[in-house]
Design a protein around this ligand. Sequence first.
Ligand code: SAH
Length: 213
Amino acid sequence: MTSEAERKMQFLFALRSRGVTDARVLDAMEKVDRGPFVKGLFAERAYEDMPLPIACGQTISQPSVVGLMTQALKVTPRDKVLEVGTGSGYQAAILAHLARRVYTVDRYKRLVNEARAIFDAQDITNITVFTADGSHGLPDQAPFDRILVTAAAEDPPGPLLAQLKIGGIMVVPVGQSDAVQSLIRVTRSETGYEYDELRPVRFVPLLEGLGKE
Ligand code: SAH
């Protein structure tokens, strides 16, 4: 049996060895226990660096990918952040340690309710969770300093580009759902949008409308 301290050390070592080097991101990931976000059969694998199945046929992302995406987003303590694709709520909990306020949306009510229950239980008070089709963004809360999309779109959705502040950053996996996608960072300037291609990734697709559960 490995001790909790050893498990944590291995978890952080895996993150570092895969390129997560930002001290604030590593600190946030050390503080957020992935265990409660993984339920049932796979709970015992929560501290391994791999994606795992969650309810509604979705997945909790691989921790090193969560770290790399968070790092690419360059979140500051003043930021208002939108996450599209709450899933388990793990990524949102990490963002909540780094940002002023986090809004997160998922198309499955069940995932939204489960994530909200974990945030409440852990006294994380700066996250608001909505059931909605996040490809339209959240017009009532816009604009955002940072937007993180954790499902793959064929193109960065127009409403999300429009809801990004000038100087804002969006990180989004782009590509067909059955192929390897590219993680893209979009930076909005006074004059337009700049696109950087960061790395290949694999995410579940960004789908239209609400889920059934
Ligand atoms: N960030 C999550 C992992 C997300 S998996 C975590 O930390 O666990 C991708 C999620 O995106 C799924 O839960 C899926 O339901 C959601 N999703 C897909 N299309 C969506 C849409 N149009 N609007 C909101 N959520 C969407």
